[in-house]
Design a protein around this ligand. Structure first.
Ligand SMILES: [Zn+2]
Length: 87
């Protein structure tokens, strides 16, 4: 079975899709990865970081050590629900 990743990251030099060589999670929300260009004529290799910045839909099994800000839409929704519950 082949998994097609629809969210490709292009090489900054030639635009061909990059391949992840390795990735390392430094914290639950921060990861560093080494990318390699798939274009043999290019040969670029580099590092990238991936940081999870916001919650769009909350987890049903939340990790207590992870405190992520909510996206504004979700924050407004929770605030309205709290107001409704209070009165
Ligand atoms: Zn390239």
């Amino acid at each position: 079975m082949t998994v097609q990743n629809r969210h490709r990251i292009p090489c900054p030099h030639c635009g061909v899709n990059l391949r992840v060589r390795k990735s390392q999670g430094l914290t639950p929300v921060y990861r560093e990865a080494v990318f390699e260009c798939r274009n043999e004529d290019c040969g670029w290799r580099g590092k990238a970081s991936i940081e999870i910045t916001h919650t769009i839909a909350p987890s049903d099994i939340p990790n207590p050590t992870v405190a992520l800000p909510l996206v504004p839409r979700l924050r407004d929704l929770i605030t309205k629900q709290a107001h409704a519950a209070n009165g």
